[in-house]
Write a protein of this length. Sequence first.
Length: 287
Amino acid sequence: MTYPDFWHSLLSCYDEGEARAVARWLLEVCFGMTMADIACGAVEHMTAEQQQRLAAMQQRLLEGEPVQYVAGVADFGPRQFAVGSGVLIPRPETYELCRWVSENVKRSRQERQTLGAFDVLDIGTGSGCIACTLAADVPDARVTAWDISPVALQLARQNARRTGVSVNFEERDMLAVRYGSDLGMWDVIVSNPPYICDSEADDMAAWVLDYEPEMALFVPDDDPLLFYLHISNYAQSALKEGGQLFFEINPRFDEHIEDILLGLGFDDITVKEDQYGKSRFIKATWH
């Protein structure tokens, strides 16, 4: 197989620019090839075993499987995280959330002249991309991460080792956590919970519906704010004085989530847009 053969074969799934980008990224990540290597014929000079491996990856791509699952890794900011079918593929907007959390934490600690350990909880950690990023980027952070899925937690622990950080992973169901528990335990709670309504599935890409875990994506149409309500109620007592709550949100419900937070007594509520101009994140402070 030649490089042109490879990326041309992907035109049945991608437009030309995407096909080239997917082919280059896969060859770089899985076979260590630079663009210079590719231009010099490195694909044609692969061993028989490598050619067989590439052909198997090609077939998975042609069947519609996301390239990140095929490669077994996904880019997330400056790092790569292991991914598999049991966890969501990390999105660029979720890295925006991590950056926003880090910037707010650093500014808040400077203003309050706070030193020492800083306790962070990531609820619904999935691949661990949020927890591991915050453990790496926030000085003195002690990060705990919860998920209901043992498969996700196994992968998240792998990613903590991969990124060289320490995170305390726990198998916990947020919807079963008792309100009023963990009094004053956290400086920051962050979550990217399931927030896509079942009725929105018709507008989503086939590769998302066919390969990514439903339990990490969808909420019932008749209870779309299920996780936001539970987590906000928990955060009321679990956050320390001046602690902050951060969510990634469905833009359809930004005002509803803000109303929940106001009703529970949070203040300093800020809604932030993502790179596409959609209301995607919300921050609130507990006093």
